[in-house]
Design a binder for this molecule. Structure first.
Ligand code: F6R
Length: 242
């Protein structure tokens, strides 16, 4: 595990984007595993800037996202498809045909998950997986559990995650209760994993995940075993780590 300590969110976003840009430069048709949430927004803004400045080309890049709410259509502003479109896809020259998210409107969970795993396999796996860190240690929607889920699966979101996500909806009742998520096994199979973490509110879980025991009760902790894991975190998030 390598830790890149940054001054703040802006600095974290710049450094994470630089790392991702290097992946794209080295392999123009790479498979980027992407995340939603507040942590990677600045990273995407930096990637967009590099594209606008003519320094980065997404024309051959392929992408797979970590997760998608079950039951939200792509047109819903809170769907992860919508998020990715807003923050990255519509702002760079990535071919929409090369972007993938689990199909939130597929009601048959088994079918949706199998289809997504097939897509990831057909792309030859993930070159770089970008992650955020949930307050309970979740990655993607892999919540604390008694075991690590390997492949794409349907999850019931925990009350904590529903609470954390309610800020994006009009009321807590509108927050979807289930999601499709890539499994921990698929995340661990990525050739490189970059996690962006910012803010004092993440300090406790960051310490627990990366300086405590590896356990499915803290899903992110398994990244301690990843051979090419880079944690890009700001001083606030690292404030409990010496
Ligand atoms: C997003 C995702 C989640 C978030 C996590 C942190 O696709 O899978 O695991 O990365 O909930 O969210 P933020 O960045 O909003 O704190």
């Amino acid at each position: 595990m390598r830790i890149i300590r940054t001054k703040n969110y802006e600095d974290m976003s710049k450094k994470a984007a630089d790392l991702i840009a290097s992946v794209v430069l080295l392999k123009p048709n790479c498979v980027l595993g992407l995340a939603t949430g507040s942590s990677p927004i600045g990273t995407y803004d930096n990637l967009v800037k590099m594209y606008e400045d003519g320094n980065l080309d997404f024309s051959q890049v392929r992408s797979v996202n970590l997760d998608e709410y079950k039951g939200l259509p792509r047109t819903n502003e809170q769907s992860y498809y919508y998020f990715m479109h807003e923050h990255l896809f519509s702002r760079v020259n990535i071919d929409p045909k090369n972007t993938n998210l689990p199909d939130g409107m597929e009601e048959n969970s088994r079918k949706a998950c199998k289809k997504y795993d097939k897509i990831i396999a057909s792309m030859g796996g993930v070159d770089m997986q970008l992650l955020g860190l949930g307050h309970d240690g979740h990655i993607g929607f892999n919540e604390p559990n008694t075991e690590f889920d390997k492949t794409t699966h349907c999850v019931n979101l925990t009350q904590m995650t529903i609470e954390a996500n309610k800020r994006f909806f009009n009321s807590i009742d509108e927050v979807p209760k289930q999601a499709y998520t890539m499994g921990v096994g698929t995340i661990m199979a990525a050739k490189m994993v970059i996690m962006v973490v910012s803010g004092k509110d993440k300090a406790k879980i960051l310490k627990k995940a990366f300086f405590g025991p590896v356990t499915p009760e803290v899903p992110a902790s398994i990244l301690q075993f990843h051979p090419n894991f880079v944690l890009v975190a700001d001083e606030d998030a690292l404030s409990l780590v010496k």
